[in-house]
Structure formats: structure tokens, C-alpha cells
Design a protein. Structure first.
Length: 150
């Protein structure tokens, strides 16, 4: 059996060794995930779109995460990466103090919002640090207002 570990760095080796003693392998590609309660990821495993190479991306570089068709794109100021994870899984793995879900298809980094433009229909249009625009939909309108103190 193989599992992917989502635990704090300082505990990673100890947990990996304990699992290995019981015959359980760890693999970053595994479907089963063993995670620590209230432990948020400080990196994400993503793929470069053009080469398909795997990259360990620090979450501090993330500007937004958006679904595009059947895929999920992780956007930084310099590049757009692909991931096989679902948006809800990524949102659960990220610290809610730093990231906020703003629609069914978008999660944003709170500190990367550069401009908030209100619209007439209970929505906001956010301009992110990379120039990308992200909509806050009606379903997330009040949560967004509360999170940003508007």
C-alpha cells in the first residue's frame, strides 16, 4: 500500500519511518492521503504545463487557484501550473488565514489582492498581483466581505 503524507516538515521523517515499519510506502503520487489535523501545506506538488515536469511550489508564491474545464491551474506571478488535485482538496490543504475561496471555481491568496471593484449585482471583481482578474460570486459575497472587513 502507498500513501501520500501531508504532515509538517519536522514530523515528516518520523511519520514516514513509522509507516515503513508497518510495510506502508510513501509516494507523492499516491491516491490515499495521510494528513495531520490542522496542519496546512507549505508546498504543493504541481506540473509545468509545457514540459510536464513536477515542481514543488511554495504556497507563498501562489496568487490564485482556478478550475479550467476539468483541470485545476495554480497561478503564480511568473507561471501557470497544472495539478491533478480537485479545488476543494487544495482549499482544505491551505491555511484559511492566507487563502480564501471566492467562487466555486477560484481560491485566492489574500495578500495578493491588489484591487477590489464592487459591482451592482452583489459581486466583486478582484485584480490580483499578477494582473489576473477573479470574480467573487454571490454565494461567496458575504464571506469575502467579512474576511476583508468590508
Amino acid at each position: 500500500m502507498k500513501v501520500r503524507l501531508e504532515v509538517r516538515r519536522e514530523r515528516y521523517e518520523a511519520v514516514r519511518a513509522a509507516l515503513a515499519e508497518h510495510g506502508i510506502e510513501t509516494d507523492d503520487e499516491a491516491d490515499l492521503v495521510l494528513s495531520e489535523r490542522d496542519a496546512f501545506s507549505d508546498t504543493l506538488l504541481v506540473r509545468e504545463g509545457d514540459t510536464g515536469a513536477r515542481v514543488v511550489l511554495p504556497v507563498g508564491e501562489i496568487v490564485s487557484i482556478e478550475t479550467r474545464g476539468r483541470g485545476v491551474e495554480v497561478c503564480t506571478a511568473e507561471r501557470v501550473y497544472q495539478t491533478g488535485e480537485r479545488l476543494y482538496q487544495l482549499a482544505a490543504a491551505l491555511d484559511p488565514e492566507k487563502f480564501l475561496r471566492v467562487s466555486n471555481s477560484s481560491v485566492i491568496a489574500r495578500d495578493k489582492v491588489r484591487r477590489i471593484t464592487p459591482t451592482l449585482s452583489m459581486r466583486f471583481i478582484l485584480t490580483m498581483a499578477d494582473g489576473r482578474r477573479v470574480d467573487v460570486t454571490r454565494s461567496y459575497y458575504y464571506m469575502f466581505k467579512e474576511a476583508f472587513g468590508i
